[in-house]
Write a protein of this length. Structure first.
Length: 105
């Protein structure tokens, strides 16, 4: 999984750099790309570890990404809130539950 994690962070850096260079970060659309990347990473980990909650986390992040892209004009600064909620509920919480289950067994 270390190669997968390395590839994820390379992709993350390219998205951040690319949106900064093109000016897309000004309207917050880069958070939609980040949520898509988180969802993809969670889906791969769900398939690798066969942990259902990671599939749920991926779905939450994909829904958040669609919301950012669809409602970006209406959301404004609230895009950060959408991003934070998606990362918390779809990434951090499932990760902590998986961590506890791993060390419990």
């Amino acid at each position: 999984m270390s190669k997968l994690t390395f590839a994820f962070f390379i992709s993350l850096a390219i998205i951040v750099y690319g949106t900064a260079v093109t000016g897309l970060e000004e309207n917050g659309i880069n958070f939609g790309f980040l949520l898509q990347l988180y969802a993809f990473w969670m889906f791969i980990y769900a398939a690798a570890f066969r942990f259902t909650l990671f599939y749920v986390g991926a779905a939450i992040n994909w829904i958040g990404a669609m919301a950012v892209f669809y409602f970006r004009e209406k959301l404004g600064a609230e895009i950060l809130l959408v991003h934070a909620i998606c990362v918390l509920t779809g990434y951090i919480i499932p990760g902590h539950i998986a961590y506890r289950q791993f060390y419990k067994n």
